[in-house]
Design a protein around this ligand. Sequence first.
Ligand code: RB5
Length: 145
Amino acid sequence: MKIAISSDHGGNNLRKEIVNLLNELGIEYKDFGPQTDDSVDYPDYAQPVAEGVANGEFDKGILICGTGIGMSISANKVKGIRCALVHDVFSAKATREHNDSNVLAMGERVIGPGLAKEIARTWLTTDFEGGRHENRVQKISALEN
Ligand code: RB5
């Protein structure tokens, strides 16, 4: 599994925590930054992650900003992306099983690093259930056309 990850300035600290988790789990990743704490625009950092997942270069993406909202809205503009904004472990599991979400968004100003790491761990290790959910995910894709 290869992961793309980025944040804006509001998510820098949590991104570093999640990068530590990816290292702990031995998961390959590319960190798209930012490399400084300067104020940046979240769509600029959502774009390479979302496009990298959509074009198959990466299996999944993780995006972090202050709330996770700007990142999730931006990522979901890219065709093929199903980005889920998640701040609890139940939803992390459900969105993989039911929605086959391929990008996870979280807000550094909303939850602490301990919960965020549990969410990311759950999301990364839960498979899509398929079955009755397959048709629903296909209908999401149909909305893009
Ligand atoms: C940046 O101040 C903040 O707006 C951003 O991190 C995010 O919360 C946007 O949705």
